[in-house]
Design a protein around this ligand. Sequence first.
Ligand SMILES: Nc1nc2c(c(=O)[nH]1)N[C@@H](CN(C=O)c1ccc(C(=O)N[C@@H](CCC(=O)O)C(=O)O)cc1)CN2
Length: 299
Amino acid sequence: MTTVIDGKVAAASVIAAVKGAAAGLEAETGVKTGLAVVIVGDDPASHAYVNSKSKMAKECGFNSIQHTLPAETTQETLAGLVASLNEDLSIHGILVQLPLPKHLDSDAIIQSIRPEKDVDGLHVVNAGKLATGDLETGLISCTPAGAMLLVRSIHGEDLSGLNAVVIGRSNLFGKPMAQLLLNANATVTTAHSRTKDLASVARGADILVAAVGRPEMVKVGWIKPGATVIDVGINRIDAPERGEGKSRLVGDVAYAQASEVAKAITPVPGGVGPMTIAMLMANTVIAAHRTAGRKPPKF
Ligand SMILES: Nc1nc2c(c(=O)[nH]1)N[C@@H](CN(C=O)c1ccc(C(=O)N[C@@H](CCC(=O)O)C(=O)O)cc1)CN2
């Protein structure tokens, strides 16, 4: 029997823990956890994600602030906003929604966020801490942290003896995911578009993580029978069978066939996606605890 890993259930349990931790911190210290979310431009998907983040932050009992800036915002204006949020004592987490409009230098903006408020875990200080195996003092990028929690729900904390293959090498996901797996003692291969015979590399995986951004690219023949498959892709494709102009979401894995051979698999939607926002809340309450000099909760 294949286990379908339910990201909505896992995310709900993270959120319940966040709510408890935020309430406890406020009761003990008077510190209300604060999250500022910044969005620039009109991309509808980005607006939907940001609205979900702001709403979830309120549900967690946070001070939730949203800054919505027009597409023509200059680098100086955005940098000025980040600088003022860096100084704002009521804000413990700053998130700048990506992608930014093309005329803006995303990396300069991300690197201008104070590392202790970088709840996206993208600042080089946080990336460096993860790369050197320090999982205690930094902030870990939300989607890999969430995907790792799903891996742990199947395999436990120690992945000794297991081969993990991550397909994708982005800073947002592939690199931090590989480092999290390595920290848990898995034997890790990072594969990508230039990897020779990707299918056979993937077939060596006990834990296969796909983050390629190509709909259903990972076929059943790429999956070792009994493997755990974590699908990070969120691709919207046409679905004329649902009516004219309709679309549906699919992952990077051909789910229907893959779920016949995998031991455990994440669906799309409802797998890794919901974990991203839950881990953002987790990072924010961790950051607030640290600022208040309290031991942060573990997730
Ligand atoms: N600053 C950041 N920008 C972006 C990030 C990020 O982590 N930090 N990630 C993505 C978008 N994203 C959050 O921002 C995100 C993507 C998907 C989901 C999610 O829950 N997906 C659902 C499906 C939702 C749908 O129906 O469209 C799922 O997979 O079940 C949450 C957050 C890029 N930008």
